[in-house]
Ligand binder design. Structure first.
Ligand SMILES: C[S@@+](CC[C@H](N)C(=O)[O-])C[C@H]1O[C@@H](n2cnc3c(N)ncnc32)[C@H](O)[C@@H]1O
Length: 272
């Protein structure tokens, strides 16, 4: 297993874990569909990632988001994948794909491989994957409030991500396989899958094994890549069980800033 670390800026002072969990509850509760203001965005950076500027999306750190017109809802603020996490994941995937596919003939029809960000949220995962791999990005987001905020943010930054307000299965239905380099970002909401015992990927909403089944069914046997985000405390061997029959390529582990169970890991797989 290869591990990559990208250190966020230093934390001063360290937030208490109780403050983090209380803020997390507010983001997923009363502030769930509320766009955060400047002070709340800075608090989010400090409490979740150790410093206001460590909450950064599309290359824009939290202290500049309000002035830049970025709209981040409470739920997306806690659910999103920040720049310091997604950029190394995209680098790792680019390296893996270069090693596996250099010299391969282009697919017939001249259509480039794609990135599909199935559970788009802020769109920052697809944003980094698409830019680094040089592939067009298709994204689905079911929640109309999240969709509208992200649509506006992507327009503000001049992104050409093709975002639709859709269930991920409908996006899969519109995306026939193009290349063995096609890459899917899979990050469904955790909801009841996240307990003190750890994160159970078979209980996310929808369950990760079900999402992988729908991806496979859409591919007509053509392999592809999958990037999945988890926390750092997995329950019931659920990562291995979800990806049974797939090839684990790499795990990218950002430096922890929170208690065990609240930090992020990213796993790259090849689905054959
Ligand atoms: C954990 S967040 C993803 C965060 C994202 N990776 C980011 O960087 O911001 C999951 C998102 O998936 C959306 N979602 C939930 N069920 C969905 C479905 N069936 N199809 C598409 N999107 C869905 C939720 O509304 C939520 O915004």
């Amino acid at each position: 297993m290869t591990t990559s670390t990208t250190a966020p800026a230093a934390a001063t002072p360290a937030p208490t874990h109780a403050a983090y969990f209380a803020f997390r509850d507010r983001l997923l509760g009363e502030l769930r569909t509320t766009p955060l203001g400047d002070a709340e965005l800075r608090d989010a950076g400090r409490l979740i990632y150790g410093a206001p500027e460590n909450l950064s999306l599309y290359g824009i750190p939290a202290p500049r988001m309000a002035a830049a017109g970025i709209r981040l809802l409470g739920r997306t603020t806690i659910e999103c994948c920040i720049d310091a996490y997604t950029a190394p994941v995209a680098d790792a995937l680019a390296e893996i794909q270069a090693a596996h596919h250099t010299g391969e003939p282009e697919p017939p029809g001249g259509e480039p491989p794609f990135v599909a960000d199935l559970f788009c949220g802020s769109g920052n995962f697809g944003h980094h994957l698409g830019r680094r791999l040089g592939f067009p990005v298709h994204a689905s987001e079911l929640d109309p409030d999240v969709h509208d905020a992200t649509r506006r943010n992507l327009d503000l930054i001049g992104s050409d991500i093709r975002l639709s307000q859709l269930d991920y299965r409908d996006l899969l239905g519109k995306l026939p396989p193009r290349s063995p380099r096609d890459t899917y970002a899979v990050e469904p909401p955790w909801g009841p899958a996240f307990t003190p015992a750890g994160l159970d990927l078979t209980r996310t909403s929808p369950p990760v094994p079900e999402v992988l089944g729908h991806i496979r069914a859409s591919r007509a046997g053509m392999p592809c890549y999958v990037a999945v985000k988890t926390n750092d405390q997995l329950a019931h061997d659920s990562l291995d069980r979800s990806f049974a029959g797939s090839v684990h390529l790499r795990t990218v582990t950002p430096p922890p800033t929170l208690p065990r169970g609240a930090n992020m890991d990213f796993h790259l797989y090849r689905l054959d």
